[in-house]
Design a protein around this ligand. Structure first.
Ligand code: SAH
Ligand code: SF4
Length: 395
């Protein structure tokens, strides 16, 4: 892949945001039941609470309202009451970079001054938003830039769904006044939990956020348009189908435990056989809902013909598609991307065995927005060797 040469635009946004008063509750991130309870606790009569939830929900998640003033179907006095108790809070967008291929990378600041990256990838038939679930990651996959960053903290449900809302704000992806809902095609049509962090290590917040994103009377993204990618946290995998219902992607990346231990150290805790067993039992897997096996192509590490044949053998019987990811290099990375001819040959073997084997086109490489390159500017503290060793030992 050649590096893009066209100029890159970088905006540093300086929109001042009103900080919430201490003691106010953020509406964003509360599920319908939690919102109902919070409204009642703040004085909304119980009999009205359900209707108020519906109204506020519509304003926030269908129309993108950012304050209570504009909620014109609520009485003025009630709007004032809401403003005394609640706010509508999103991560603050601190910068936006646009790649020559149209990919956009946002830096979103969350409470505590931490920053996470959010990437928008426009394609002909869809627009995918790649969101983060943690600041940093506890895992230490050796080819992943995020893995060199310490886990700072889990994101809250508000911060996870808030990334989608923040990007919709920037892209003007809410219905405009006078526009019928759904009149304009949506720019963000798909969500992938493939940014920073291991989503299954922040399960509850990810689930709550995705439930809000999937709510049919709100952001309304179908569960089939949301993909959660995990490095293989085996005990949480079934919950993903049961409690979220979205599509599943597995960072597989190797065909022997020896190599996978090195690439995805969580493999020491849950090795390939255990992972595959969990996937065989995955409640949702079917021919129409295949599990995606992500496979990063690392030169001379996992890209041989034998690997391709072993991969096919291993996943036999699992409704699967295989997504080959040319390694996205980052400064100091200990690996190289496999040659193009090698990747094609690997894809060919898989295709001949009857699996779809798309090669993921690297996007946004010029702005370090590609898979696995995400890393916040403020959290560059590298883990020490001892810390990494300790975590791998633990994993
Ligand atoms: N933590 C989750 C989701 C985030 S990573 C997980 O590991 O699945 C999203 C995908 O990008 C994963 O498949 C990950 O293994 C892959 N990835 C990480 N670093 C990469 C890199 N430098 N080049 C290509 N893919 C990478
Ligand atoms: Fe964490 Fe995923 Fe990167 Fe591994 S690949 S270090 S699990 S973000």
């Amino acid at each position: 892949m050649t590096q893009a040469s066209a100029p890159i635009t970088q905006d540093v946004l300086t929109i001042p945001r009103k900080l919430p008063e201490p003691g106010l509750t953020n509406i964003v991130g509360l599920g319908r039941d939690a919102l109902r309870a919070a409204l009642i606790a703040a004085g909304t009569p119980e009999k009205q609470a359900k209707m108020r939830v519906n109204q506020i929900w519509q304003w926030v998640y269908v129309w993108g309202a950012r304050d209570f003033d504009g909620m014109t179907n609520l009485a003025k006095s009630y709007r004032a009451e809401l403003a005394e108790n609640f706010y509508i809070g999103l991560p603050e967008m601190v910068s936006r970079q646009i790649s020559s291929d149209g990919t956009q990378k946002y830096l979103a600041r969350i409470a505590g001054g931490h920053e996470v990256e959010v990437v928008y990838i426009p394609e002909e038939d869809r627009g995918t938003l790649c969101i983060s679930s943690q600041v940093g990651c506890t895992l230490t996959c050796s080819f992943c830039h995020t893995g060199t960053q310490k886990l700072v903290r889990n994101l809250t449900a508000a911060e996870i769904v808030g990334q989608i809302m923040m990007a919709r704000d920037d892209l003007d992806d809410w219905p405009r006044p006078g526009e019928a809902y759904g009149e304009r095609p949506r720019l963000i049509s798909n969500i992938v939990l493939m940014g920073m962090g291991e989503p299954l290590y922040n399960f509850d917040a990810v689930r709550d956020a995705m439930k809000i994103a999937m709510d049919g009377e709100g952001i309304s993204l179908s569960r089939r348009r949301i993909t959660l990618s995990t490095s293989g946290v085996v005990p949480e995998i079934a919950r993903c189908a049961e409690e979220i219902g979205c599509m599943l992607a597995i960072s597989f990346h190797a065909t022997t435990d020896e190599v996978r231990d090195r690439l995805v150290p969580i493999n020491k805790k849950w090795p390939i056989a255990e992972l595959l067993e969990a996937l065989r039992k995955y409640p949702k897997a079917s021919n129409s809902e295949r599990i995606t096996f992500e496979y990063v192509m690392l030169k001379d590490v996992n890209d041989s013909d034998e690997d391709a044949h072993r991969l096919i053998k291993l996943i036999k019987g699992i409704p699967a598609k295989i997504n080959l990811i040319p390694f996205n290099e980052w400064p100091g990375a200990p690996y190289q991307r496999s040659d193009w001819a090698r990747i094609k040959r690997f894809a060919d073997i898989i295709y001949k065995a009857g699996y779809a084997s798309p090669i993921r086109t690297p996007r946004g490489e010029d702005i370090m927005a590609a898979c696995g390159q995400l890393k916040s500017a403020t959290e560059r503290a590298r883990k020490s060797r001892a810390e990494i060793a300790a975590e791998i030992g633990e994993a």
